[in-house]
Ligand binder design. Structure first.
Ligand code: NAP
Ligand code: HSE
Length: 424
């Protein structure tokens, strides 16, 4: 496959990250697609806003993208309703497929845009419009079609979850937390959309439409944001063991659907209660799947760019005799031996209750450079010495455990279990 040339509408937080990741991931992309994916031009309002962009890339002339026959796909990462809607209609009429991160546009004008895509025989993909890096659109559209999803509950706005987390965990003021979210590139150009729940309303309308196979319009979604939330209620709720989160929900009850966005109290045990910062999570419930939870970064330039690029490659891979219709391109990689994996370990030795046993166990571990974090002894029929190690090489831990098992006081084979850490 030869080079694929694409265009960008927008070169802000997301657009510039798409350009950078296409460059950084060029080798992997070429290995998969068989050729490079390069950006021909990026539309902006004023190139002076983006001084670090490569010379000649930015343009204020939309026709440069629309009329370039070499550009086969355009990623829309500029946001807004107009002129974005008109641009997309013109691009599709010119035979170009579209990848969009624009939830408001899709939730309001999806019907018109998808009809245009169909009539021009091009693709319109929109993974990045909901929950940034989490592939929830793909899962609902491709993996869970017959699963009978009847309920969706999610934290689908990164900015508001970031603000709530900063207010509760760090005592930040609402305004300071919002400013921080804007500086980190999480918030919409107009952050009112985030804090009033309008952004989440568009996202749940998109998810409900896919899951329930019916068009749920964003103006049907009753939404209340966090802008009217009093921190005192967040504190009172915490005293009762609850977390306050901005929850977007959609339900299918018999033949009816309903969707809403509202600050809700979540019991401490609820899976969505532990979602912190700009992370999002979507809980899908259905007859056949019972419960599936998808969690990950829900905002941010680079995080969103991964979804945009995933869609770009899906378009390229399913156009003509695209690579996704064939076996992937594989490479040979060295296999890492299990002994070289590193983590903390739980060890349990069943031993005779004799003086000096603990010292010999400690020596066997020290001989293999395994450092002990905690030791607990349980007396009984054969003494249990339970040890938690610091991070260690698996081969060394198993060698030390083997050495202990060969000592005369060992009553049975040691138990060796790795500890899976969140950061590993
Ligand atoms: P942004 O940083 O404000 O960038 C917007 C870009 O579009 C800028 O380059 C801007 O030009 C250009 N632009 C805007 N209006 C234009 C117009 N009328 N004509 C020409 N160019 C125009 O926004 P962003 O955060 O990257 O978000 C872009 C889209 O991605 C939005 O739909 C947003 O909802 C969506 N999204 C964002 C995130 C996130 O975390 N940021 C996550 C998921 C989805 P200038 O360079 O001249 O200003
Ligand atoms: N402003 C949005 C959010 C960006 O904070 O979730 C991701 O769609």
């Amino acid at each position: 496959m030869s080079e694929t040339r694409i265009g960008l509408l927008g070169y802000g937080t997301v657009g510039s990250a798409v350009h950078r990741l296409l460059g950084e991931g060029g080798e992997a992309i070429a290995r998969v697609t068989g050729g490079p994916v390069t950006v021909s031009a990026a539309l902006v309002r004023d190139p002076a806003h983006r001084p670090s962009a490569p010379a000649g890339l930015l343009t204020t002339d939309f026709a440069r993208l629309r009329d370039d026959p070499e550009i086969s796909v355009v990623a829309e990462v500029m946001g807004g309703i107009e002129p974005t809607r008109t641009h997309l209609l013109e691009l599709m009429a010119a035979g170009k497929s579209i990848v969009s991160a624009n939830k408001q546009l899709l939730a309001r004008h999806g019907e018109e845009l998808f009809t245009a895509a169909e009539s021009h025989g091009v693709q319109l993909r929109f993974e990045a419009s909901v929950c940034a890096a989490i592939p929830v659109v793909k899962v609902l559209r491709e993996s869970l079609i017959v699963s009978g999803v009847h309920r969706i509950d999610g934290i689908v706005n990164g900015t508001t979850n970031f603000i709530l987390t900063r207010m509760v965990a760090a005592g930040a003021s609402y305004q300071d937390a919002l400013r921080e979210a804007q500086a980190l590139g999480y918030a919409e150009a107009d952050p009112t959309e985030d804090v009033t729940g309008a952004d989440a309303a568009a996202k749940i309308a998109i998810l409900a439409s896919i899951a329930f196979h019916t068009r749920v319009r964003t103006d049907e979604v009753n939404h209340v944001g966090i802008d009217g939330l009093d921190l005192e209620d967040v504190t009172h709720a915490a005293e009762l063991g609850y977390q306050v989160k901005l929850i977007a929900s959609a339900m299918r009850v018999d033949g009816s659907v309903v969707a809403r966005v509202h600050p809700c109290l979540l019991d401490g045990d609820h899976p969505l209660a532990s979602v912190q910062g700009a992370f999002n999570a979507v809980m899908l419930r259905g007859r056949s799947i019972r419960e599936v939870i998808l969690e990950g970064p829900g905002a941010g330039g680079e995080e969103t760019a991964t979804a945009v690029i995933g869609d770009l490659l899906a378009v390229i891979g399913t156009s003509g005799t695209g690579f996704l219709q064939h076996d992937g391109y594989y490479r040979e990689l060295h296999r890492l031996p299990l002994e070289e994996l590193r983590s903390p370990f739980y060890l349990r030795f069943t031993v005779d209750d004799e003086p000096g046993v603990l010292a010999q166990v400690a020596k066997a571990l020290a001989d293999e450079s395994v450092s002990v974090a905690r030791v607990v002894q349980h007396d009984g029929e054969g003494v249990h010495i339970v040890i938690l190690t610091h991070t260690a090489r698996e081969g060394s831990v198993r060698a030390a455990a083997g050495a202990v098992s060969r000592l005369g006081f060992s009553r049975s084979a040691p138990v060796v279990l790795p500890v899976l850490e969140r950061s590993s």
